[in-house]
Design a protein around this ligand. Structure first.
Ligand SMILES: Cc1cc2nc3c(=O)[nH]c(=O)nc-3n(C[C@H](O)[C@H](O)[C@H](O)COP(=O)(O)O)c2cc1C
Length: 237
């Protein structure tokens, strides 16, 4: 029987003609294409939702840390309402903070006076990637504390900078350029005053140096940071 006879026979009986190899390849390709587009869509949606969630979680964590760092005795205001952009024209030497995007700083106030500021900053030389932190500094230039906001340091090594993993980050509490000379803001391995961690010097070195730069930024901009009108005058009248 020839092909034509065969096809006629199938048409007569209503049976489907067998598909050719080219048709089979084309169908598989279309199927794969649809699957790929569908999968890519799901991944894109998931990524967007997760990124939003991470961003919200970070902001919530940062807000909690702000209150954590400023004792109630120093504030009677809502910290989130006395928030200012770091790129205020009245502030100088903001490069000391090594921030790579818009960031916000906050004032704690008591009885109308600024009692402390909370500054965001980055330690760019983290072991894995730049570490984002905040520091609370009172009006005298003394650190109330430092907290890590995000990092990707190695579990068991660099992650000792988290409050839940070790007390190391509390070593900044109560310190200033008065209690520790500016040239001593190094880890002990570099001749400074701060402990490194066992088997992890890079992470603490990066943070100690970044905190020192943040204190320098505070000293340089003290008048503006402690002004109740930092947007314009820079100094209370
Ligand atoms: C897989 C791996 C991960 C590491 N993670 C860190 C880290 O997160 N932070 C850190 O300070 N050191 C980390 N280290 C150790 C550093 O490479 C380095 O040995 C240590 O910080 C001491 O540095 P120093 O020799 O300059 O004092 C890691 C090492 C390895 C092999």
């Amino acid at each position: 029987m020839t092909d034509e006879t065969d096809n006629n026979a199938q048409r007569d009986t209503g049976a489907e003609a067998p598909i050719t190899l080219t048709q089979a390849i084309r169908r598989s390709a279309i199927g794969l294409g649809i699957f790929a587009v569908f999968t890519a869509g799901i991944i894109a949606v998931t990524q967007t939702l997760t990124a939003d969630r991470i961003d919200t979680n970070q902001r919530e964590f940062e807000a909690r840390s702000l209150y954590d760092l400023t004792p109630e005795s120093l504030r009677d205001n809502d910290l989130l309402e006395t928030a200012y952009p770091i790129d205020l024209p009245t502030l100088t030497d903001t490069a000391l903070l090594r921030l790579n995007r818009d960031a916000t700083w906050y004032q704690a106030r008591k009885d109308g006076a600024v009692t402390a500021v909370i500054l965001p900053f980055i330690a760019p030389e983290g072991y894995t990637e730049p570490i984002r932190l905040i520091a609370a500094i009172d009006a005298s230039g003394t650190l109330l504390g430092v907290r890590v906001i995000t990092h990707k340091e190695t579990p068991g090594l660099g992650d000792q900078i988290e409050t839940s993993k070790s007390d190391w980050i509390f070593s900044f509490d109560g310190q200033s350029f008065e209690t520790i000379e500016p040239d001593q803001w190094q880890v002990k391995k570099d001749g400074g005053a701060f402990d490194q961690m066992t088997g992890a010097t890079i992470t603490p070195r990066a943070i100690v140096r970044a905190v020192a730069r943040t204190l320098t930024f505070f000293e340089t901009n003290r008048a503006v940071l402690l002004s109740t009108d930092p947007n314009t005058t820079g100094v209370d009248s």
